[in-house]
Design a binder for this molecule. Structure first.
Ligand code: TXE
Length: 479
């Protein structure tokens, strides 16, 4: 299926007429083409957004809210179609797309449709000076949203929904590897009555189409989720233009397990936090640290459970692990398994490609557990972003904390313990933007979401996102 750009409410081919292939990871075949957009397309998208801005930014909050909630309802009504498209484009199990990706995309619109009606600013009375200050939060204008391939519609809408709720108009680019649901979203926005030009969706490569968004002199902010190297590059390009930047980048998240935890719950959740979405979630706990007293027990139980995970075609209901997103990505992940072995890591299970009958050219890999002894090895320091975790034991709280923090990333951490004192010590001292205690990836959309260190700058979620997509202005009135 060939797709087009969505500019000013219409589906159009790229100006240069160029297209690139779109692969189905489940069978390795090309199943469609997507626009290879260039600067001219970004210019058209920008002009369309700019023309829509005056009216959209003055549209009553109730009306904006109504349209966002309508988009949410239409996504829910089209759940099957969107889930199928997401699974085919990305390789993720269809069941996951149905349970997580598409419902969450719908929630993003509903949440920000409601949040904007509750978003308020402050006033400060300057007592004794006969003056009052108040703050208004104005939309920025035209903003850019660039999203990755791992949770395609989920993360695309996580940016777009707050941007348009706050009154901005958007030029957005989904990952060229998974463009399909973003394309389908255009239809739904039109049907929901989103005025033309408020959202423009342009497809193409990061280094050309994405770069043109970041370089555009009048696009005021960039909200980006993707790799750390790309984030650093975007920051270098955008900084001299003083653009607002929200960067949600990679992770190498610790999963710290103490003997006093609820063992069964921990084990079950750790399988999920390691391998959900083929391990391709920035929040996956890819470094597992286990207290020495339960290390051997955990190792045996965990490996046994991981071996039971079924790698299979995404639309097969019994599949736990689908295909990796692309061939280059599969090769990258396999490369890391090799690096780990060369460094002395011991593969406890997995490590090999899987041949799924009838889909022999798909990008399937066994879930892989590697035992390591040194946290400074590359497999423990670099983001793999696939179905690969390491396990390692520790003796003391102090050691566990230093292992957890001894990494350049700082997105999330998971802690398994029933000791309140330990919970508080770790929660305060872990160098991450998110700490989950006795759970993983439990999300409340009101909470700030983002990382520290090489995991990025800025926070998404709740009012944080609405603050990012608005500029605060102080007005001081003397009376
Ligand atoms: O991401 P990129 P890639 C990590 C993960 C993965 C690695 C590389 O480790 O293996 O990053 O993945 C667009 N200007 N994560 O190469 O390139 C690109 O088109 C503007 C973590 O797929 O960062 C896509 O839309 N845009 C992660 C988006 O950026 C550019 C999720 C992300 O692609 C651009 C994905 C440029 N110069 C990968 N270059 C997470 N944090 O969840 C690329 N893009």
């Amino acid at each position: 299926m060939n797709i087009q750009n969505y500019i000013n409410g219409e589906f159009v081919n790229p100006v240069n007429g160029g297209f690139i292939d779109n692969y189905n990871p489940a069978n390795g075949e090309i199943y469609g083409q997507i626009p290879n957009s260039s600067l001219e397309d970004i210019e058209l998208a920008y002009n369309s957004a700019k023309s829509a801005f005056k009216q959209w930014s003055n549209t009553a909050l109730e009306e904006r809210s109504r349209i966002l909630i309508r988009i949410s309802e239409l996504l829910e009504a089209n759940l099957e179609r969107f889930a199928l498209a997401e699974s085919k484009d990305n390789g993720k199990p269809l069941s996951l797309a149905k349970q997580i990706d598409i419902p969450r995309a719908a929630s993003n619109f509903r949440f920000f449709g409601n949040a904007i009606t509750q978003f308020a600013s402050e006033s400060h009375e300057s007592v004794g000076l006969n003056a009052v200050n108040f703050t208004v939060r104005q939309p920025l204008g035209v903003v850019g949203c660039i999203s990755p391939w791992n949770l395609p519609l989920y993360l695309f809408t996580w940016k777009i929904a707050p941007a348009i709720a706050a009154g901005n108009c958007v030029v957005a680019k989904p990952s060229e590897v998974t463009p399909m649901t973003a394309y389908l979203l255009g239809e739904i926005c039109t049907e929901a009555g989103l005025p033309n030009g408020v959202l423009n969706i342009v497809h193409g490569l990061g280094t050309t189409t994405g770069q043109a968004i970041v370089e555009h002199p009048h696009i005021k902010a960039i909200s980006f989720t993707g790799g750390t190297a790309t984030g650093a590059h975007i920051a270098r390009v955008a900084a001299p233009m003083f653009k607002k930047l929200s960067l949600e980048l990679g992770g190498k998240n610790p999963n710290i397990i103490f003997a006093d935890c609820d063992y069964d719950k921990m084990l079950e959740t750790t399988v999920r936090s390691s391998f959900a979405n083929q391990g391709q979630i920035c929040l996956c706990g890819s470094r597992i640290f286990v207290e020495e007293t339960i290390y051997e027990r955990f190792k045996a139980d965990f490996v046994q459970k991981v071996k039971q995970l079924k790698v299979g075609h995404p639309s097969d209901n019994s599949t736990n692990i689908g295909a990796l997103v692309s061939k280059p990505h599969l090769e990258k992940v396999e490369g890391y398994i090799k690096i780990a072995e060369d460094e002395g890591g011991k593969v406890l299970c997995g490590g090999l490609e899987v041949t799924v009958p009838n889909y022999e050219n798909g990008y399937y890999l066994q879930p892989t557990v590697i035992e390591v002894e040194d946290n400074s090895c590359r497999i423990n320091q670099e983001e793999v972003f696939g179905p690969v975790v390491t396990i390692m034991s520790f003796k003391t709280d102090k050691e566990a904390l230093s292992l957890a923090n001894d990494v350049k990333y700082g997105l999330s951490a998971t802690l398994w313990t029933n000791n309140l004192n330990r919970t508080m010590q770790f929660s305060q001292q872990l160098q991450t933007g998110i700490v989950w205690v006795n759970t993983w990836m439990m999300r409340d959309l009101r909470t700030p979401f983002g990382g520290v260190k090489a995991s990025g700058v800025g926070r998404e979620g709740g009012f944080e996102a609405l603050r990012f997509f608005t500029e605060a202005k102080n007005i001081c009135i003397k009376y």
